[in-house]
Design a protein around this ligand. Structure first.
Ligand SMILES: [Ca+2]
Length: 393
């Protein structure tokens, strides 16, 4: 296995790097920008991924090697259009979705246009997941918004991805209501090999409480789109009463956590982190913030009415849930064994603008995408963060 041979090599390099009396690297993100001619490539310090590395959201053992990035943040790519999700191919290359409708191989920014994507408001090409057995079957999953018979809808599709081309386009689930706002869109394989999907209420809050539709839910499917036998309602629904969840991560005990956007507009704030358990009702729109009601789940931590995170993608590393804030423009970290508002860490506040997703790389570093462009204005970046070197803001 590559893993076995790689990490001893890394250790040697690390020892060599630490042995010299050279200057201590300082935390200065601006100084870490690579020269323009390499901005769209992955910096050479990224080691190769193990060949069978699963989806970035799958629980995996804590990385065996110490991260080798000696500064807190490196900008490893620029010039992107609203990147929404990021995944590592078995050879370590990075694939991105860009919300206007492109599946992009970061190396050389090679873009594949996905036919039929409707990019409007929060909708577009959103989630991306590789099958846990991608190395053999090459199955790639996308969550996208489109227009059918005048209606905005979301769906998940499966493709075969080889040599940066797509074939065998296959619907996995359709009929998720779409809208300009609240389109959900995160997809991830769990430790059980099932595909989890967040959907939004599409601007119809009451729909989140109706078990017979797919809106304002977290869904769970087999890899071919069929309904797992142990789903709680005999449908795709895993949990309900969600407004607009956009982050999924499993911790080292196999527990599923989700981030969710609270009320926006005049009632901003009340963003949520929830522990997701089969069949439960997470309360939208009946309860918000720390309100309670019989048969409904209150979030483990929420942002209060005084603060807006607008949380999106999430990853688990080092005992913490790391999640990206859009309006909050912050990388948040919450220790799962000490879930209190007081233990919430805030990093990079305002330094890179709106942050969309956080993915754990095969090198033990966090990969974060910004969301500052507008489709025509390609100003977004991929940041590589060494969490061990982050100072709290
Ligand atoms: Ca809730």
């Amino acid at each position: 296995m590559k893993t076995r041979t790689l990490f001893p090599l890394l250790s040697i390099l690390l020892l060599a790097a630490c042995a010299g009396p050279g200057p201590t690297p300082t935390a200065a993100p601006a100084a870490t920008l690579p020269p323009p001619e390499v901005q769209s490539t992955i910096a050479p310090s990224a080691p190769q991924a193990p060949t069978a590395y699963p989806s970035e959201h799958s629980p995996s053992p804590e990385p065996e090697a110490e991260p080798i990035q000696t500064v807190p943040v490196e900008v490893i790519a620029e010039g992107l259009n609203l990147p929404w999700e990021l995944a590592f191919l078995p050879d370590g290359q990075i694939l991105l979705t860009e919300r206007p409708g492109q599946l992009t191989l970061l190396e050389g920014q090679q873009r594949l246009a996905i036919e039929g994507v409707l990019h409007r408001g929060e909708g577009g090409l959103l989630g991306l997941a590789l099958h846990p057995n991608f190395a053999e079957n090459h199955w790639l999953y996308l969550y996208l918004t489109s227009e059918e018979n005048g209606a905005v809808v979301n769906r998940v599709e499966r493709y075969v991805y080889t040599d940066h081309s797509l074939s065998e386009r296959t619907p996995i689930i359709e009929g998720i209501r779409g809208a300009t706002y609240h389109d959900g869109g995160r997809i991830a394989f769990g430790p059980d090999g099932k595909l989890y999907i967040t959907t939004g209420d599409a601007g119809m809050p009451a729909a989140a409480q109706v078990l017979e539709n797919l809106d304002g839910k977290i869904l769970r499917l087999n890899d071919d789109g069929s309904i797992p036998e142990d789903n709680p309602y005999g449908t795709a629904v895993w949990t309900y009463g969600h407004r607009n969840a956009q982050g999924l991560a499993w911790d080292n005990q196999g527990r599923l956590w989700a981030t969710e956007h609270g009320p926006s507009g005049g009632e901003s704030g009340n963003d949520e982190v929830n522990l997701i358990e089969a069949g439960k009702n997470y309360g939208w729109p009946q309860i918000r913030g720390l309100q309670t009601a019989e048969g409904m789940v209150t979030p483990v931590v929420e942002s209060t009415r005084q603060e807006t995170w607008a949380p999106s993608g999430m990853a688990f590393l080092g005992g913490k849930l790391w999640f990206a804030g859009l309006r909050g423009q912050t990388l948040y970290a919450l220790p799962v064994d000490d879930l209190r508002p007081e233990t919430l860490e805030r990093h990079l506040a305002g330094e890179y603008g709106r942050l969309r997703t956080v993915v754990l790389g095969p090198d033990g570093l966090l990969y974060i995408t910004t969301s500052n462009g507008n489709g025509a204005n390609a100003v977004d970046r991929v940041l590589r963060v060494n969490p061990a070197l982050l100072g709290e803001d």
